[in-house]
Design a protein around this ligand. Structure first.
Ligand code: HEM
Length: 421
């Protein structure tokens, strides 16, 4: 579909990865135009770094308005996940080894998600909240004497790493290597991730690291059960059958990726936002405990660390006058929905007291709504509570952004602070 364009809007190609390395404000000039004039539009998939066959690279429909993202997320019978959820293409065997129930539909999705969902309920997360807070305290205390450095390494990546590793049962000695491999799965579109090697080789190696690690851990837990998710998975039965090691490994990959990058990048974007909006920081710090929950919702809306997920139409459906036959790829642009002025007043205002703030950061609702939402909120409250108490003057520099059409990521970001005694 042709998009009519105003003179002040830059000519862009959504399929160009360079577009996805630009700052969010810049990208949103284009999405704002789509939201206004072409709520549904057809595009080519992002550049192919993986050397895929042409038939795997179908064009897709972009869904950019808040209400449309919600409506589609909540109608899995018409818009399914079982035919893939990634916007960028990847070889099918890679997807199978890494997406687990994220790329499934009912009834299998419901059963597999059900195996671990009890560990992520708000009540269960409240039980581990003290531990999360203690970990946040230790991380900030360790960083405090440095006076600054790369915020991602010093602070942002550390709490999610400890939290999800503890939950799954990853031994301390293996955590860094597991997280490095999990990172690679969602960063292979950035030149820094693959250097002079073929991206597909880097991706394959990372996936192999994760799946072989998960298989060994599963085998170990079969003989040595613990109080962790891996033990729950090796003991679980669905319709009278145990999960295979390949299924457990895919589960592990999904939780490792979903549990790490998202919360880490939200932490970095939020610190940057607090640094360039001192009035909002001051407002939050006037009453940290009281104002933190609303601030965390704004951090997530502002960061929108997961930018896209895809669905496929299962039957003919009409959207804004376009007739989509069955089998069409439909991409939900969460970050665009989170800047839709039909849903948010002055959406480019960073407002730690925003109310209401029913953002799409965790998805638009429906069966795939983020399983880790409570866990992420609790971690964000804990780390910012601690940071703003111990290093209230912390300032972030310019973030170095990841080039990705999936994750709105910060690779590095300088920070400086003086720690309070
Ligand atoms: C700020 C942090 C986070 C953000 C913004 C985020 C965002 C999302 C989004 C947008 C989805 C897809 C929703 C949909 O398709 O309707 C999702 C799914 C998921 N998230 Fe998160 N997430 C975050 C943290 C976490 C954490 C800490 C975990 C812990 C393991 C987690 C686990 C998952 C899982 C397992 C799914 C798949 C759910 C399903 O398919 O049923 N997420 N997340």
């Amino acid at each position: 579909m042709a998009v009519s364009r105003r003179a002040d809007t830059p000519e862009v190609d959504l399929g160009s990865l360079d577009f996805w390395g630009r700052p969010a404000e810049e990208r949103d000039r284009y999405f704002a135009e789509l939201r206004r004039e072409s709520p549904i539009s057809r595009h080519q998939p992002p550049e192919d770094l993986m050397g895929l066959a042409d038939q795997e690279r179908l064009s897709y429909w972009a869904i950019v308005r808040y209400e449309d993202v919600r409506r589609i997320s909540r109608d899995p019978e018409t818009f399914c996940s079982g035919q893939g959820t990634q916007f960028a293409d990847a070889p099918p065997e890679f997807l199978e080894a890494s997406l687990s129930f994220l790329a499934m539909d009912a009834p299998r999705h419901t059963k597999l998600r059900g195996l671990v969902s009890s560990a992520f309920t708000p009540r269960q997360v409240a039980r581990i909240e003290d531990g999360i807070r203690l970990n946040a305290r230790a991380i900030v205390a360790e960083a405090a004497p440095t006076g600054g450095g790369d915020f991602v390494e010093l602070i942002a990546k550390r709490l999610p790493l400890v939290t999800i590793s503890d939950m799954i049962g990853v031994p301390v000695a293996d955590r860094e290597r597991v997280v490095a491999a999990a990172d690679l799965l969602v960063t292979t579109s950035d030149p820094e991730a693959f250097g002079d090697r073929p991206p597909i080789e880097v991706l394959g190696e990372a996936l192999w690291t994760l799946t072989s690690f998960a298989t060994e851990l599963a085998a170990h837990r079969e003989g040595n059960p613990g109080d962790d998710l891996m033990t729950a998975l090796v003991q679980a039965e669905i319709d009278g059958e145990r999960l295979t090691h390949a299924e457990i490994a895919a589960f592990f990959v999904l939780l490792s990726v979903a549990g790490n990058d998202t919360t880490r990048h939200t932490t970095s974007h939020a610190l940057r936002a607090l640094s360039v909006h001192p009035d909002q920081r001051a407002l939050l710090m006037e009453d940290l405990d009281e104002r933190m929950p609303a601030a965390v919702e704004e951090f997530i809306r502002w960061a929108s660390p997961v930018m896209t997920f895809r669905r496929t139409t299962t039957r003919e459906v009409e959207l804004h006058g376009e007739r989509l036959p069955a089998g069409e790829k439909v991409v939900l642009f969460y970050h665009s929905g989170n800047r839709d002025d039909r849903a948010f007043e002055d959406p480019w205002r960073f407002d730690v007291a925003r109310d209401p703030n029913r953002h799409l950061g965790f998805g638009g609702g429906g069966p795939h709504y983020c399983l880790g939402a409570s866990l992420a909120r609790t971690q964000l409250r804990s780390i910012f509570g601690e940071l703003l108490r111990v290093t209230p003057d912390i300032e972030a520099g310019e973030p170095e952004l990841l080039r990705s059409a999936f994750i709105h990521g910060v690779k590095r970001m300088d920070c400086t602070f003086r720690a309070r005694a």
